[in-house]
Design a protein around this ligand. Structure first.
Ligand code: PLP
Length: 383
């Protein structure tokens, strides 16, 4: 693309109902918020436990600021590996049940790190068709052969595994799919990984804090194996920012030595890392919040069902209502916005062509009456 093409390319996006813009949020991330200057009830964040504005996390960051200052100043290997980072890693490994853990600035960079460090030219990476974009980018960047299998179809994966000449194989999946909300068949996938001598990399961005009593989808499924690698992000249910990769000590040592998005980047601010143990303590103690969340999920499903609306089947806080055309999904979101409700319209290329949808994301911070209001407004906006 040339500089003079920018304007027409953007206009083409707008024409196709694909133009993206960012609503401006004032104040903290919470259901009742101020969005684009208007009081709004939002169903859009991944703050599933309502921790993003928790006073104990703000206090922990303040204490971290007082102790460590604001910036890490260097990468981990040069001079930036703070005691706060080391303590965050130890706390996560202990809580999620891993031998060791490595802290990253974000889930995106952790995905790039793990996949490009374990797979290269001549190797094979297998990914579910609905995997998060960062896993796809990582697989392509690795230069390994990249094979995508049909969504949640272990038979198709096995077929691909059997037909790859590569000796080194890595299977990557979302534990909970970010745009559909359904879950990967982790037990079946691990059995395949065992049978075909592969890694199983589980991106638990949407399961950590929710599943397994908070410890995540692997703990929830009772799975343990040296082939398993666990990614937990800290920007969603954990209410912070960053990510932890959990696995063996050897794996962590290998990542520290080879992962380019770990080596060539400044460490996360230590004040933020200082709040990680506090976040984990809140998650561990959040059975009541997880119960509220489960109640909201059930409530929404019942209400929409009784109104004749069909959600993609999902037990998770991500509830997707397929609309179809981009322009229709945008029009629905706009009608909701006019009623003071924010539900994002998710369009291609984030989701497959023709499956534009409203992605409703629920939080323990919602109240039962918020769910009622949403159901009514959805009913109106779809009429
Ligand atoms: C959000 C998300 C990521 C990226 O994590 P960040 O910490 O936001 O960079 C990775 N994978 C999945 C499935 C996600 O939903």
């Amino acid at each position: 693309m040339t500089p003079s093409e920018l304007g027409s390319r953007l206009a083409a996006l707008e024409q196709a109902g694909r133009l993206r813009r960012r609503p401006l949020l004032d104040g903290p991330q919470q259901p009742a918020c101020q969005l684009d200057g208007a009081p709004t009830l939002a169903f859009a964040s991944n703050d599933y436990l309502g921790l993003a504005a928790h006073p104990r996390l703000a206090a922990a960051i303040e204490a971290g600021l007082a102790r460590y200052g604001s910036g890490a100043g260097a990468s981990h290997l040069v001079a930036g590996h703070s005691r706060a980072h080391a303590e965050a890693e130890a706390a996560f490994a202990d809580y999620a049940g891993h031998e060791a853990a490595l802290l990253f600035g974000s889930g995106y960079s952790a995905n790039l790190a793990v996949i490009t460090s374990l797979a290269g030219r001549g190797d094979a990476v297998f990914g579910d068709r609905l995997n998060h974009a960062s896993l796809n980018d990582a697989a392509r960047l690795s230069r390994a052969t990249f094979r995508r299998f049909r969504h949640n179809d272990p038979d198709h994966l096995e077929y691909l595994l059997k037909n790859t000449p590569a000796a080194s194989r890595l299977i990557a999946v979302d534990a909970i799919y970010s745009m559909d909300g359904d879950e990967a068949p982790l037990e079946a996938l691990l059995a395949l990984a065992e049978r075909h001598d592969a890694w199983l990399y589980v991106d638990d961005a949407h399961g950590f804090g929710i599943r397994g009593g908070g410890r995540g989808s692997l703990a929830g499924a009772g799975l343990e194996s040296p082939r398993l690698i666990h990614l937990a992000t800290l920007g969603k249910a954990a209410g912070l920012y960053g990510a932890c990769v959990g696995g063996s000590r050897l794996l962590v040592d290998w990542l520290v030595n080879t992962a380019r998005t770990y080596i060539y980047t400044t460490a996360q601010p230590p004040a933020l890392a200082h709040a990680v143990p506090e976040s984990l303590a809140l998650i561990a103690d959040a059975d009541d919040r997880r119960q509220q969340l489960a109640g909201h999920i059930h409530h929404l499903q019942q209400r929409l069902h009784s109104l004749g609306m069909q959600l993609i089947p999902s037990r998770s806080p991500i509830q997707a209502l397929i609309i179809g055309a981009n322009t229709q999904a945008l029009a629905c979101a706009e009608r909701l916005r006019a009623q003071g409700i924010r539900v994002p319209a998710i369009r291609p290329p984030t989701v497959p062509e023709g499956t534009a949808r409203l992605r409703i994301s629920l939080s323990a911070a919602h109240r039962p009456e918020d769910i009622e209001r949403l159901a009514e407004a959805l009913h109106q906006s779809l009429l």
